[in-house]
Write a protein that binds this ligand. Sequence first.
Ligand code: FE2
Ligand code: FE2
Length: 273
Amino acid sequence: MSLTPVDLKIRPRRMDFGLPDPLPRHWHSNDPFKTHFFNAMSVLFPDGERYFIDSVRPFRAQIKDPVLLEQISGFIGQEGHHSREHIDYNNRLRALGYNIDRLEMPVKRRIRFVQKQFSAERQLAGTVAMEHFTAILANALLSEPQWLAQASPEMQKLWRWHALEETEHKAVAFDVYMQVCGDRKILRRAMRQATFFFLKDVTKGTLHMLKKDGKLTLSVWCKGMLWLWGRQGFFTRLIPAYRDFYRNDFHPWQHNNAVLMEQVAKEFELQPA
Ligand SMILES: [Fe+2]
Ligand SMILES: [Fe+2]
């Protein structure tokens, strides 16, 4: 049974971030590691989010529930906007001299492989897994301000906007999957694969940008790893929520952060698109 709040509204917000141009090289607290960790995630979004949309769309015809159908439209609209904003963001990274094309290439290749070789259900399972990832990252960014503290205000706004909408639509792909397939084993396998590739891609992107800046030193790397994996690290604190996904009765809204979502939504009370 879906636990998605019945009154949930999923609408894309057209935003104008006015991203700084050029982007400050170390826009996050003047800290190269934190900056490039977020940049490396941004590199994955345009292709990743297009893949999410492409994996959900084919199942639309099988969904009869009008509420879920409306949520699918909202999901597609939101991910489309995210993809566009991150293209803009990534172009600013290109302008700073980072080889974004080289970082994107293996992601594009992997997506092409999955779209050719995997069943539509498995492709959707991949999206469900990645959406859980983005949902728990988003919840951390919204509920624990320390992760973006001292970042440039425009970049904070962009990441908070993305996190808010990831929270709003966190169960759409899951609810579709449960209606059209529902096999938990496929989901768990997809999550193991998604985890491996996410960590690999983010590490690779972070390393590339640090190296390009001449900041790839043992001390920068160790400090960054502590920030991510230390006792109170960004990733360490996500582990319990991450592991929930492997339970047989998991649903994304078992972690109900609707109140937080509504509070953050007030920051973005702009005209819906
Ligand atoms: Fe997104
Ligand atoms: Fe998403």
